[in-house]
Design a protein around this ligand. Structure first.
Ligand code: AQP
Length: 332
């Protein structure tokens, strides 16, 4: 079986609809076809200011949401990044292989550091894509399910894997991004030209999975569209409507073409109200399942402990090979 690997940050507590449609749904699907490794990337969460008690709680919360979304510990390996020390270890090796200019070109860093103020950004935030390279290469992953915003980081991963392999001999599998075009970028409901993101300009644009469903329903009903009245998929001229059609199609499995047909002659209000109802019907059991997993921390921790053990077996082998290839003297 080919390998799949991906990670998700526990930073915000609740995952949002962009995380779910762009990434988590693909994690669930790839369990069936791949030897899949998924992790809560807590080491990435400390690249920005954070509160220790919140991070600990959010790490469990992230795992509970992943299980509630359909990850099955019998069919994939689910773990917490910091439970596998090899990530930080290979991360260092990859830091030493990355050019400063190369790292400086990562657009996510540029965006995030611009928001925070360059002087207040940490070196960790700057090197986080390189830790991500290590995350992926440790598992010899073939496919990395992510949203569009991560494409550049997967490119960096491929470049560094190739660089390492050509300098020190074939060691790493060259991974490919697994990006599902239709849902690769879910947009903010208030600014449909911006990515839905936990750092949204206004909370009204961000649909958090763990929010009270009535709050999210209201956000759908007040989503920004345009002054036209026709329900048609057109990302350039009708980004708001197109985003709503994308979400509707992803949650119901109806094609966008079929939706356009069924909404012919109807107004935007109908689309928004329907979508609000569809979302509430989907998210209500998701929230209940999350609460069930959270209510049983012993089981949750044991899932994560078993996952870490399985992950570590793979990671340790890759790290040992990489250390050997670069000439680090093995400890006797
Ligand atoms: N809007 C989105 N559409 C599709 N996919 C998305 N992802 C994030 N936003 C969207 C994908 O979700 C996965 C987990 O992302 P992360 O843990 O790196 O979180 P993030 O990218 O930091 O999430 P945000 O909300 O986008 O945070 P900020 O505001 O910090 O930029 C990834 O696969 C990502 O592609």
């Amino acid at each position: 079986r080919p390998r799949a690997l991906s990670g998700i940050q526990p930073t915000a507590g609740s995952f949002h609809l962009g995380n779910y449609l762009g990434a988590i749904r693909q994690y669930v699907a790839l369990q069936e076809t791949h030897d899949a490794f998924y992790m809560v990337v807590d080491l990435h969460a400390i690249t920005v200011p954070q509160d220790p008690a919140t991070l600990r709680a959010n790490t469990r919360l992230a795992a509970a949401q992943l299980l509630a979304a359909g990850l099955d510990p019998d069919r994939c390996t689910l773990f917490v990044q910091s439970h596998v020390p090899e990530h930080a270890q290979l991360g260092w090796v990859m830091n030493c292989l990355t050019g400063f200019g190369e790292a400086s070109r990562m657009t996510q860093f540029k965006d995030k550091s611009a928001k925070q103020g360059a002087d207040r950004s940490t070196v960790g935030l700057f090197t986080y894509p390189i830790l991500q390279v290590a995350d992926i290469l440790l598992y010899q992953a073939d496919a990395v399910p992510v949203g569009e915003d991560q494409r550049q980081h997967i490119e960096l991963t491929r470049d560094l894997a190739e660089r390492f392999n050509s300098r020190f001999g074939g060691t790493f599998t060259i991974p490919a991004p697994h990006i599902v075009r239709e849902v690769a970028k879910i947009y903010d409901l208030q600014d449909p030209t911006a990515k839905m993101s936990k750092s949204a300009a206004t909370p009204k644009g961000l649909v958090n999975l763990l929010d009270e469903p009535s709050v999210s329903a209201k956000k759908f009903r007040s989503a920004v569209t345009d002054t036209d009245t026709v329900i048609r998929f057109d990302e350039t001229d009708k980004p708001g409507v197109s985003n709503l059609l994308t979400i509707h199609s992803a949650l119901t499995g109806t094609t966008v073409a079929a939706l356009e047909e069924s909404y012919a002659g109807k107004g935007y209000g109908a689309l928004k109200t329907d979508l609000a109802e569809i979302f509430v019907a989907w998210v209500t059991p998701f929230r209940e399942r999350t609460q069930e997993y959270l209510g049983d921390p012993e089981t949750l921790d044991s899932v994560l402990a078993k996952g870490a053990e399985k992950a570590r077996a793979v990671a340790a082998e890759t790290l040992a090979t990489a250390y050997d290839r670069i000439g680090l003297l093995p400890a006797k």
